[in-house]
Design a protein around this ligand. Structure first.
Ligand code: GLC
Length: 514
């Protein structure tokens, strides 16, 4: 593919969790019209594309990730016409729209599943993963769902079990059935024909399962993210056939002009496995890097993952960086413990890494996690601990009690955080995190757009991460002590004014030099 067609190289994508962005119709949920209304803001911020969290009709057991109809728009969020309008108006702002596609499972309320569950002879039975009970009459194997419970649900009518990697209301599709491939090929074309730029592919690593449904083995020490609840997900996920499916989809994506983009949610700990989903440059163009998300905010850990990632990816393939999303704690809390110096430094580093960047809504104002009291929680996936709601609270647009997210008197679907940290205040304040983020994204765009900048780590004291990215040099002091750093060229940007005094870089601060 021609280099200039690969716009995502060096691009900044912005994830909007639609229900929490902006509520235009006063029902307490953000909606598609709210995104259209804020395109000027996103264009000012300097992003290239938006990934919308799920927009399709859903039973909302998992807020859009339990799809009931792959061809529609959730009535809480708007209409197909409103989505078409968003795509058109975003296009006029030079912003591309990616949708979220959940192909690992449907809702149990999807008509496909209702039909499949109607009996063993149903022509759709094979669209899902059914199995007879194990020898003890219990679940067919030891696979566990994201909740830690068995990943199998007994269907009393047939006596069989169906597989659900997530909630019991999210039955897994059977990607070993060619009819499922056909159905999703049609879904991809439907949305690509409407002008959608691409998809973020949910649970991309998990689509195929071991054909013999063999047990997952116990996880050896150090399996990191590939282990869940003590099991290595080597049979319930990460099967070699998955890349073949992505090649099929890539052929569809490449048949469009401009070619469409596939960004995988590859929740794997092993970077070689992640890189495998790029095939030989003919499968997913982008894969999310979870080891980077979950690394500690230290020079050693993050630089190590960058080096390993660049070494693992096939030549010419584009890495993806990000630090927050709707499933994990936001980076200003997780990495930075609310310390704004660290959040500024994180943004400076992220903006300069080579490849694509995903900014999660609110990252640009260093919005922290918002603790949601048990009685107000909406996420069912991780009962027991705090779940994921803390990273999904309404965007903080202004300092009013509802943060400008919804009209006065309307109760937002999740509570707002401390709205003193908000877009309006930071917009008007030179030197704010928002203004810094915008400046960094502009610099990023000027230097990185349309290519994967060369990257070279430079010698530095242990707690300093120094690297050359394209024409620019980044020096980040990731410690509580001032650091002496080598002479650099003129300062192009810094995480805070006066970060560099002579050869001394203040604690938790960074500079970009030419
Ligand atoms: C992905 C989504 C997550 C969802 C799960 C099941 O991990 O990011 O929010 O719960 O898939 O669809």
């Amino acid at each position: 593919m021609a280099g200039d067609a690969a716009w995502w190289q060096g691009a900044t994508l912005y994830q909007v969790y639609v229900r929490s962005w902006l509520d235009m119709n006063g029902d307490g949920y953000g909606d598609i019209r709210g995104i259209t209304a804020r395109l000027d803001y996103l264009s000012w911020l300097g992003i290239d594309g938006i990934w919308l969290s799920p927009t399709m009709p859903s039973a909302d057991q998992d807020w859009g990730y339990d799809v009931c109809d792959y061809y529609g728009v959730h009535p809480d969020l708007g209409t197909l016409e409103e989505l078409d309008k968003l795509i058109a108006e975003a296009g006029a702002h030079g912003i591309k729209i990616l949708l979220d596609l959940a192909p690992n499972h449907t809702s149990s309320a999807h008509p496909w599943f209702t039909e499949a569950a109607s009996g063993r002879d149903s022509p759709r039975r094979r669209w899902y993963v059914w199995a007879d009970p194990g020898r003890d009459g219990g679940p067919p194997n030891n696979w566990l769902a994201a909740t830690g419970e068995p990943a199998w649900q007994r269907d009393d009518a047939s006596g069989q079990y169906y597989l659900h990697r997530f909630l019991p209301s999210q039955p897994d599709l059977n990607w070993r059935d060619p009819a499922v491939h056909e159905a999703f090929g049609d879904i991809l074309r439907f949305w690509f024909d409407r002008g959608v730029t691409g998809f973020r592919v949910d649970a991309a690593h998990a689509l195929y399962k071991d054909a013999g449904l063999r047990d997952d083995p116990p996880a050896p020490e150090g399996s990191g993210l590939d282990a869940e609840f003590g099991l290595l997900q080597s049979r319930s996920a990460n099967q070699p056939e998955t890349t073949g499916l992505f090649r099929e989809w890539r052929a569809i994506a490449d048949s469009y002009d401009p070619p469409r983009l596939l960004l995988g949610e590859t929740w794997v700990g092993d970077l070689e496995t992640m890189a495998g989903y790029h095939g030989g440059g003919d499968a997913l163009q982008l894969t999310m890097n979870f080891p980077f998300f979950f690394a500690g905010f230290t020079a050693r850990e993050l630089s190590g993952i960058v080096a390993q990632t660049l070494a693992a990816l096939p030549p010419g393939e584009c890495p993806v960086w990000g630090a927050s999303n709707h499933d994990i704690s936001r980076f200003p809390s997780r990495w930075c413990g609310g310390d704004e110096r660290k959040a500024r430094l994180a943004l400076l580093i992220l903006a300069m890494l080579p490849g694509a960047l995903i900014v999660y809504y609110g990252d640009e104002i260093a919005m922290p996690d918002v603790p949601v009291p048990p009685g107000l929680r909406r996420d069912q996936m991780t009962a027991g601990d705090q779940g994921r709601d803390h990273a999904r609270t309404p965007m903080q647009w202004d300092g009013t009690s509802s943060g400008g997210f919804t009209a006065a008197g309307v109760r937002p679907w999740l509570p707002c955080g401390d709205t003193s940290r908000n877009v309006a205040a930071q917009h008007g304040q030179p030197g704010s995190v928002l203004r810094l983020c915008r400046d960094l994204l502009a610099l990023r765009s000027a230097e990185h757009r349309g290519r994967i900048a060369s990257y070279r780590q430079l010698p530095a004291p242990e707690e300093v991460w120094a690297f050359q990215a394209g024409q620019l040099r980044v020096t980040a002091n990731m410690s509580d002590r001032p650091a002496r750093v080598g002479p650099g060229g003129p300062v192009v940007a810094s995480s805070s004014p006066g970060a560099l005094q002579g050869a001394t870089l203040a604690p938790w601060s960074g500079v970009i030099t030419a």
